[in-house]
Design a protein around this ligand. Sequence first.
Ligand SMILES: C[S@@+](CC[C@H](N)C(=O)[O-])C[C@H]1O[C@@H](n2cnc3c(N)ncnc32)[C@H](O)[C@@H]1O
Length: 239
Amino acid sequence: MTDQYEVLNARYEEVKRIPIGLAEAATVLAAAGDLSRRSVLDVGSGTGFYPRLFRSAGASRVFGVDAARAMVGYAQRQEERDPLGISYEVHDALKLPVIGAFDVVTAVWLVGYAPGPAALDTMLAGLAANVRPGGRLVLLHPNPEADWAVLADYARYGLTVTRHDVVDGRTRTTVHVGTEPPFEFESFFWPPGVVEAALARTGLTTVRRQPVVTPPGDEGFWRPLRESPTFAVLTAARP
Ligand SMILES: C[S@@+](CC[C@H](N)C(=O)[O-])C[C@H]1O[C@@H](n2cnc3c(N)ncnc32)[C@H](O)[C@@H]1O
C-alpha cells in the first residue's frame, strides 16, 4: 500500500500541521520517552517528519526506512537541505532486515498497511527484531475503538474519516484532509485487540496502550479527540 505515498510525499506532511497532527506528535513523543542519547529506527518514516522530531528531541542516531521511493527521496532532500545526521533507506517492512539493535523502534501509521493477519505478524516480527534487549517499540495505528460518527465529524481537527468495507481483516477508510487544496488517502483500521495479540506473538512484553496527549489549553476543543482519537499508541518492550 505504498502507491498512494509515491504520489503524496510532500503533501502528506501537511497532516502534521493540522490540530490532530499536533496531538498525534505530542502523543508519540510522550510514548517514546526520553530519547536523549538513544538510537531510533523509524519504519514507514514517510517524509522524515518523525525522524527529524526524534533527532531534535535528542536521539543520537536516527534511521528512517520506507517502502515508497518518493517518500524516502523527499526525506533525503530535506536532510541535504538541513543536515541532522539522519540516514534513510528504502525497505519494505514486510521484508525488513535486521538493520541494528536500536534502543527504540517506531512505526507510525504503518501496521494498518499490512495486508492481512499473516502480513501483520511478519511486519511486527521485523520491527521487534530491530529492538535491542531492554529497548522498546512504539507503534501508532488507527484507533480500533474509534467512534465512526465522531470521526466523520472531526473537521475541527483538520480531517474527517469515512468508513468503507472490510479488506484483509481491516476496515478500509478514506481520510479527507481539509487543507487548501484538500487531499485524501486510504487508511486501514484493525479490529480491537488484533495488533496487541500480534505484538505478544513477537516475544515483546508489557504491551501497553498509551494515553492521548493534546496541546495545552482549550479543554473543550480537545475533549472529543481525547474521547475518540483517530489513533492508538502502543508500546512494548524487549526483555
Ligand atoms: C500514513 S504514512 C505515515 C508516514 C510517517 N510514519 C508519518 O507519520 O509521517 C504511511 C507510510 O508507510 C509507508 N508504508 C506502507 N506500507 C509499507 C511497507 N510495507 N513497508 C514500508 N513502508 C510502508 C508508506 O509508504 C508511507 O510513507
